[in-house]
Design a protein around this ligand. Structure first.
Ligand code: F0G
Length: 466
C-alpha cells in the first residue's frame, strides 16, 4: 500500500476500554442470531463499532472532572447556568431550552410551530427530523444543492438549493411554510458541509419572506472548520468567529449535542423570541423536565458546557477532519469507491458502484455491511434501499433509494489510526472476494423504520444475480 500521511492525535490516552475480536465462527453465529441485522448485535460482539458518531465519543479529563461539579438541583441549578451561558455564546441567542437529545428538540419545535399540512424545507432532513415533521402532520421537503449526488468531489456539497427554495416559497406561499431548516453539516447527504455564502443566502431569502430560519446544528463546529479551510475569506478567522457569523444568520437552533457537544447525551433549542421560548417551555416541562435541566442530570450539563467549548479547538477539528480524509484514502486504496470529498463525521462507501451485480432490491449496501462484520467484526450501517426504499403495500414492489451507501461513522476521540488501518486491511480482503457477497431479502418487518428491527436472510441462489 502507498503510504498516506496520517494525522497524529492532539491528545494522549488516560483511560482504556478493552475491545475483543471474536473468531470467524463466533461472528458467523452472532450475525445469524441477529438475522443479518446489525442493529440486533450486542456491543460485546463487535470489535470496531462505526454504527454512529452520536453519543459515542470519549470525554476529556476536563469533562470527567466537571462531572463532579454537577449540581442536581431541580430548579435553577448552577450546572444549567454554565451550560446556558456557553450555548448563548455559541448561538448568539437569548433563550436556551435544554433537552436530552436532538429528536426532542425537533418534537418541541414542530409541535409548537407547525400546523398539519404545512411544509418544512431543509437542505436534507435527518431521518428523525423527517419523522417528527411527518408525525405532526407536516410535509418535509428536501432541497439539497444540485451537485449533492454528483460523484465529482466539490466543496460544500451540503448546501441548500437556494433557487429551489425561493421558487418553493413563491409557489406554496409564506403561510404554508412555518420554518426553514438548515442541517449543518448535512448528515443525510454524506456529512457534507454548508458554505457561509449559502447560509447567508438562505437567511436572506427566509428573512425577505418573513419565515423563521432554524439550524439543525449537531455538527456545527465541523462545519465551521470546513468554512475556514475551503471558503475564500475565512482562512484567517478563528473557529469561534466563524461559528458566531453562522449563528447570527438564524432565528433559532436545534442541536443534538451528542455529536459536537462531545458528550454522551444532551441537546437544546436556542431562540431569541421570548414568547416562543415560553411556549417551548410549556411542552418541555410536560415531556422532558423543568426548564433548567430538560431531562438531563446536572453532571451531563457540566460535561456539555466543557465539551461545547473543546469542540471549537482548531487542533482537535483539524485532526478529526483529517482522520476522516485519511480513512477515505486507505479505503479507496483497498478498492472501494467512496463519496467524495470526505465529510466531517463519517465515510460513505458507494456499495452500488462496488457491487453492481447485486440489484437494489437485494440491498448491496447491506451485503457489504454484513461482509464488514463477517470479515472484520466491524459494525457499519446500510444507508440505501433497506433504510429508504419505499415498498408499495399492494404490489410489494420496491422503489430503490437514490444511492446504496454504507456509512462508517467515526466516534470522536475514540479510535486510533491503527484501527482504521485494520478496517482498510479488512476492506482489501473483502474486495478480493467481492463476487461471493450475496444479496439479502427481508423476511420480517415492522410498519415503520424497518431497518432498525427487520429480519433478513441471504437471498437464494436464483435470487442472487452474481
Ligand atoms: N439531526 C441530525 C443532523 C442528526 O444527525 C441526528 C442524529 C439528529 C438530528 C437526532 O439527534 O439522535 O440526539 O435525537 N443522528 C445520529 C446519527 C443518530 O447516527 O447520525 P438525536
Amino acid at each position: 500500500m502507498k503510504k498516506i500521511r496520517q494525522p497524529a492525535e492532539p491528545y494522549r490516552i488516560k483511560a482504556v476500554e478493552p475491545i475483543k475480536l471474536l473468531s470467524r465462527r463466533e461472528r458467523e453465529e452472532r450475525i445469524v442470531r441477529a438475522h443479518y441485522n446489525v442493529f440486533k448485535l450486542d456491543a460485546v460482539d463487535i470489535y470496531i463499532d462505526l454504527l454512529t458518531d452520536s453519543g459515542t465519543g470519549a470525554m476529556s479529563n476536563a469533562q470527567w472532572a466537571a462531572l463532579m461539579l454537577g449540581d442536581e438541583t431541580y430548579a435553577g441549578a448552577q450546572s444549567f447556568r454554565k451550560f446556558e451561558a456557553v450555548v448563548k455564546d455559541i448561538t448568539c441567542k437569548k433563550f436556551v431550552v435544554p433537552c436530552h437529545q436532538g429528536r426532542v428538540a425537533e418534537n418541541i419545535a414542530f409541535s409548537t410551530l407547525l400546523k398539519a399540512g404545512q411544509y418544512v424545507p431543509n437542505n436534507t432532513h435527518f431521518d428523525t427530523t423527517r419523522g417528527n415533521c411527518l408525525h405532526k402532520g407536516g410535509n418535509p421537503v428536501d432541497l439539497p444543492s444540485p451537485d449533492a449526488s454528483e460523484i465529482e468531489a466539490r466543496p460544500f456539497k451540503g448546501n441548500m438549493d437556494t433557487e429551489a427554495l425561493e421558487a418553493f416559497i413563491k409557489e406554496e406561499g409564506v403561510d404554508a411554510i412555518p420554518m426553514v431548516i438548515m442541517t449543518i453539516t448535512n448528515n443525510s447527504s454524506g456529512g457534507q458541509p454548508v458554505s457561509m455564502a449559502n447560509i447567508h443566502e438562505t437567511s436572506e431569502i427566509c428573512h425577505r419572506y418573513g419565515i423563521p430560519f432554524f439550524f439543525d446544528c449537531a455538527r456545527f463546529a465541523e462545519n465551521a472548520y470546513f468554512i475556514k479551510r475551503d471558503e475564500a475569506g475565512y482562512g484567517d478567522k478563528s473557529i469561534q468567529e466563524i461559528v458566531h457569523e453562522m449563528f447570527a444568520c438564524c432565528d433559532g437552533a436545534m442541536m443534538s449535542a451528542k455529536k459536537d457537544g462531545l458528550a454522551n447525551i444532551g441537546g437544546f433549542i436556542a431562540v431569541n423570541d421570548e414568547e416562543l421560548y415560553n411556549r417551548f417551555c410549556e411542552l418541555l416541562i410536560m415531556i422532558e423536565g423543568f426548564k433548567t435541566y430538560g431531562g438531563l442530570a446536572g453532571r451531563d450539563l457540566e460535561a456539555l458546557a466543557v465539551g461545547l467549548q473543546e469542540v471549537m479547538d482548531y487542533d482537535y477539528l483539524d485532526f478529526r477532519v483529517e482522520q476522516v480524509r485519511y480513512f477515505g484514502e486507505i479505503i479507496k486504496q483497498a478498492g472501494m469507491p467512496i463519496v467524495e470529498p470526505t465529510g466531517g463525521h463519517a465515510l460513505f462507501i458507494d456499495a452500488g458502484r462496488f457491487l453492481p451485480n447485486i440489484a437494489p432490491e437485494q440491498f448491496p449496501a447491506q451485503g457489504l455491511t454484513i461482509a464488514f462484520y463477517l470479515e472484520g467484526c466491524i459494525r457499519s450501517v446500510e444507508i440505501g434501499t433497506l433504510m429508504f426504499g419505499e415498498e408499495d403495500p399492494e404490489t410489494g414492489e420496491i422503489t430503490p433509494a437514490r444511492q446504496e451507501l454504507v456509512r462508517l461513522a467515526l466516534p470522536r476521540r475514540v479510535y486510533t489510526n491503527s484501527h482504521l488501518d485494520y478496517i482498510a486491511e479488512t476492506a482489501e480482503r473483502i474486495t478480493a472476494q467481492k463476487a461471493s457477497i450475496p444479496g439479502y431479502k427481508v423476511v420480517k418487518q415492522p410498519r415503520f423504520l424497518r431497518h432498525f428491527t427487520c429480519d433478513l436472510a441471504v437471498a437464494s441462489n436464483q435470487e442472487v444475480l452474481s
